[in-house]
Design a protein around this ligand. Structure first.
Ligand SMILES: NC(=O)c1ccc[n+]([C@@H]2O[C@H](COP(=O)([O-])OP(=O)(O)OC[C@H]3O[C@@H](n4cnc5c(N)ncnc54)[C@H](O)[C@@H]3O)[C@@H](O)[C@H]2O)c1
Length: 325
């Protein structure tokens, strides 16, 4: 699969046709930046017309910030690639690709796919930003299902490069190849998820870590702040540039098999000590909430998010030009 259309510029792959961004919330607006930055014509559509306006204002502000970090050259020229639309049919007319980013609700996503089928888009490929709902849950049995797959980004999509491609059993190989070529052309770091599984790879990994983090707080082993510190000043240092397998390969003299032989029993015993399958209790959630609000008040959340995005921009500027393997 890799290599096919490899290196082709997105506008060549799309033969000059536009892309549609359907759902213009946080993620849709982020995708619009990714597409416009690559020189593609972008139609933005949201069922709530006000959301489209808010997205355009957000994008303009973000492009300005990105430019101050040297991550975009000409914010005004990039913004000129964006066109608000107020009907779904208008957004997808003549488009080669659509990125669906509506709310994470299966019936909404299925309703939208049915609408797209009725509109009669002959060769439109549709990538869904779904965080964990597999495509088959909202496309099974539809005529367009061969042209739909999950293309899951991380927020914000224009700063974090990974995307997970998750086809359903009905997605055609040609659709996967097209999405792979498009995403690589957009300088995304592409992960192929070979089987539909709830949460895909990224959120399953995140869920394993979060499950343990909440349990450690519940057991009184450490504070939220010290758990965050362990990640931020410990595991996260290596994990920001290498994954867990490469990490352990380098952490035993003889490599990964040596590591597994030395520490396999420890990890097995840790896993066996976490057998309960309870949801996070209301009491535990209140405890974590109280601890977080004592270091960051509710009204500071937005400014701290903006701080996070500036840190990500600084990191992206540092890693600019890195080629995606
Ligand atoms: N927020 C994240 O960190 C994140 C990361 C990766 C993927 N995702 C996924 O991206 C998708 C969007 O999430 P978000 O955080 O941007 O949500 P959001 O609430 O910010 O935006 C969703 C938008 O979809 C619009 N919408 C709802 N129904 C619609 C319809 N039928 N047609 C067109 N627009 C419609 C809403 O008006 C809203 O503006 C979800 O599937 C989510 O799981 C989110």
């Amino acid at each position: 699969m890799r290599g096919l259309e490899g290196g082709m510029k997105p506008e060549e792959l799309l033969k000059g046709r536009p892309v549609a961004v359907i759902g213009a919330g946080l993620v849709g607006a982020g995708w619009a930046i990714v597409f416009a930055q690559a020189g593609l014509q972008v139609r933005i559509y949201d069922a709530d017309a006000d959301a489209t306006g808010r997205a355009l204002a957000f994008i303009t502000a973000q492009l300005k910030e990105l430019s101050s970090f040297g991550l975009v050259d000409d914010p005004i020229a990039i913004a000129a690639h964006l066109k608000p639309t107020y009907q779904l049919a208008e957004a997808v007319e003549g488009a080669a690709y659509a990125q669906e980013s509506v709310l994470e609700r299966v019936e909404l996503k299925r309703g939208l796919m049915q609408e797209l089928e009725e509109i009669g888009t002959s060769d439109l490929v549709i990538g869904s930003s779904s965080s964990g709902i597999p495509a088959s849950a909202f496309t099974r049995g539809l005529k367009i299902s061969s042209r739909v797959l999950v293309v899951h980004p991380v927020n914000p999509p224009y700063l974090v490069p990974v995307v997970e491609l998750v086809p359903s059993p009905e997605t055609s190989p040609a659709t996967v190849e097209f999405a792979d070529a498009l995403m690589r052309g957009l300088k995304r770091s592409v992960v192929h998820v070979r089987k539909e599984v709830q949460g895909f790879v990224l959120n399953r990994l995140q869920s394993a870590l979060l499950r343990e983090a909440w349990a450690l707080v519940e057991d009184g082993v450490a504070s939220c702040e010290d758990i965050d510190r362990t990640m931020r000043d410990g595991l996260g240092w290596r994990w920001s540039f290498m994954g867990p397998f490469e990490t352990i390969d380098l952490n035993a003299p003889g490599g990964v098999a040596d590591y597994a032989n030395r520490l396999g029993t420890l990890y097995l015993e840790i896993a066996q000590s976490r057998t309960h399958q309870e949801p996070w209790s209301a009491e535990l959630i209140s405890k974590v909430e109280a601890e977080r609000r004592s270091v960051l008040s509710q009204d500071e959340l937005a400014s701290r998010r903006a701080w996070r995005d500036r840190r990500l921009m600084a990191l992206a500027a540092e890693r600019k030009g890195e080629t995606m393997p």
